[in-house]
Design a protein around this ligand. Sequence first.
Ligand code: PLP
Length: 351
Amino acid sequence: MSWVTELARADIVALRVYEHAAWRPELQRLHANELPWDPAGGDGRDGLNRYPQPQPRALLQRLAELYEVSPASVLLGRGSDEAIDLLCRAFCRAGTDAVLVCPPTFGMYSVCARIQGAEVIEVPLRSEQSFALDEQRVLERCTAMTKLLFLCSPNNPTGNLLEEAAVLRLAAALAGRALVVLDEAYLEFSGRASLARRLREFPNLAILRTLSKAYGLAGARCGALLADPEVIALLRKIIPPYAIARLTVDAALARLAPSALASLQPQLATLLTERARLQRELPGLRAVRRVWPSDANFILAEFDDAGGALERASAAGLLVRDARGYPGLGRALRISVGTPQQNTRLLESWS
Ligand SMILES: *Cc1c(COP(=O)(O)O)cnc(C)c1O
């Protein structure tokens, strides 16, 4: 048995998959109970009247190029949120297995784990060390039942990158014992290279990417898991057969066309300039106590009166994220970097 087969739920490994309608584009489709006419007025052969291709090949290929891995290492999902959910379901037996998370961090890891009935083990980031990983404590708390370790870099909501070497040391220490899932949702804002380049060396490392943040396609719901082909094959067994809508495929391919990508660079540059401006100007405001450095497209800041700051922002027509519910962040708000005009208005509301 391979390490993936041993780590995964035995009933998922043995699961007989749903047999979706065969994908034979050279034949006319009378096998999927679709309407033969296209509501948009096309010839009915490949309009929205037809079910989409499961794991649509063109987009899979495009994302594999973008993320510099092979298509067999890519799972497409409805946002990276779907991959988080599928990982919990494929690897964690309800009532028995556990996932480990490092708060304060993205909430979906523990929510998906709990929906699956997995235990959630928490090893906080070290706030006094700029929210660095507590490597030793992570290893101490990982039991034989701990199947997944979720790490996020840059981390949401704190904005910092995790040390690459620390992530890889954890993957090496847990080889064959647990999957280390590194969420790179905000990587494009950091200037750092993806750890996807190390996947072959560290087969128990998995990377989450998304088109929702830097690529501006949050509404299209498109994300990817990059991992060992055996992990990907396992998750393809349990993802709903027609998960990725045609509209999403079309929007994503259009966004990733070279001409469209060219417009991304100046937007990203503006965003980074604005992040630096907020970083510079926020600490000078009376209400602000502390501003954390950020490698993402948001900034975590602590206020004397975070509730009051929220109210003043909303009076200016702006919504920022209340981060006070995160452990250790009792006075914090998370601010997404907006347009220059929006950022100016926000700063004015707090001055
Ligand atoms: C926004 C976000 C995601 C996810 O999103 P999708 O829109 O589901 O791709 C994943 N991880 C983190 C840390 C995020 O902040």
